[in-house]
Design a protein around this ligand. Structure first.
Ligand code: NAP
Length: 306
């Protein structure tokens, strides 16, 4: 247990900030954690459950004397929040963010950062379909990756300190360039979410025809899409509006592959289907070997006894 930042200010008190608060406390990595959120309701819940040491009403109050300021709001709100905190930042402070898209956040936040304040973007690759101040938990980042995306010329000592902080929260860390980050995330997160949203939408349309069968027989595969498609609408709207190019590039490739498989089905090309599914099965094995998911059948869901 060693303090890495004397005072941490969390702007936004949802899933990610809440989990950071709990993991920071678990690690003893901060002298004090101050938090604020847009709505009085969220601030009140955070105070009630003791999510942070001190809940304050304004971002100005939150960032005053803070050594680390974490922007944990939807990507589309980052620029406005940065403009609001800028005049109140302590010289030498570090501003970071947890946004799911990096280039757009750098463009929106960077210009507001005053001289003498370090801006070091980051992105924890961990989350759930839940949101809000009650959804956080201390273990969220354990053995998951946090990508640190420093701009050229960032102070290496501060990049190192932020890296040690994320490691104290349980994360593995790696540095990445913003455009590469956005492309990697388009493949691993953004496009899969769009596909899940689409599949659930198609089934919802169909439900009007088949009544409740889509829900009743969902364990056949459909329910795994619904977990992803239950993710926060504001967050995901902002992801697609701000990671437009990379998502469209991956969606284009996805559509081509889909047409190829559609054609294989139409022409009865069993070899092509078999080879394709054999290749994709190996990817799942790689994820398990990398410790990024459970090897238990059906994601470790117990067998329900009747
Ligand atoms: P969340 O649980 O929905 O919390 C969002 C917080 O931002 C809330 O405190 C909310 O305040 C505040 N907020 C929303 N709109 C705002 C606005 N226009 N101006 C100022 N504050 C606003 O979201 P989250 O899952 O923690 O996500 C936060 C950030 O982490 C996002 O940038 C997201 O891309 C990124 N991220 C999310 C995940 C994930 O799986 N969820 C994973 C990695 C990174 P109120 O409660 O008062 O409305």
């Amino acid at each position: 247990m060693s303090v890495i930042y004397n005072r941490i200010a969390l702007i936004g008190l949802g899933l990610i900030a809440g989990s950071m608060a709990l993991a920071t406390r678990r690690a003893g990595a901060a002298g004090e954690i101050v938090g604020t959120a847009r709505s009085a309701e969220t601030r009140q819940i955070a105070a009630e459950i003791g999510l942070v040491d001190r809940v304050v009403e304004t971002v100005a109050e939150a960032v005053r004397d803070a050594d680390l300021v974490v922007l944990a709001v939807p990507v589309g709100a980052m620029g406005a929040v940065a403009a609001e905190i800028a005049p109140h930042l302590k010289p030498g402070a570090v501003v970071t963010d947890v946004g799911s898209v990096k280039r757009a956040v750098i463009d929106a936040v960077g210009p507001h950062i005053p001289e003498g304040v370090h801006f070091i973007p980051a992105h924890p690759l961990a989350g759930t379909e839940h949101s809000g101040p009650r959804s956080g938990f201390a273990e969220l980042f354990d053995n998951r990756w946090t990508l640190i995306v420093p701009a050229e010329g960032s102070d290496p000592a501060e990049v190192d300190r932020l890296t040690r902080y994320w490691q104290a929260l349980g994360a593995n860390t790696e540095q990445m360039d913003p455009d590469h980050h956005d492309l990697v995330l388009a493949v691993t997160s953004h496009t899969p979410h769009l596909i899940a949203y689409t599949m659930v939408g198609v089934a919802d349309d169909l439900r009007r025809v088949t009544d409740s069968e889509v829900i009743k027989y969902s364990a056949a595969g459909f329910r795994d899409f619904t977990r992803i498609a239950a993710s926060d609408p504001t967050m995901w709207r902002d992801v697609f509006l701000t990671n437009k190019d990379a998502t469209l590039e991956i969606l284009g490739r996805f559509t081509e592959e889909l047409f190829a498989l559609q054609r294989a089905i139409r022409t009865g090309d069993g070899d092509q289907l078999f080879d394709y599914f054999t290749r994709t099965r190996a990817i799942r094995r790689g994820i398990i070997e990398a410790g990024q998911d459970t090897d238990a059948p059906n994601f470790g869901r117990g067998v329900k006894k009747s």
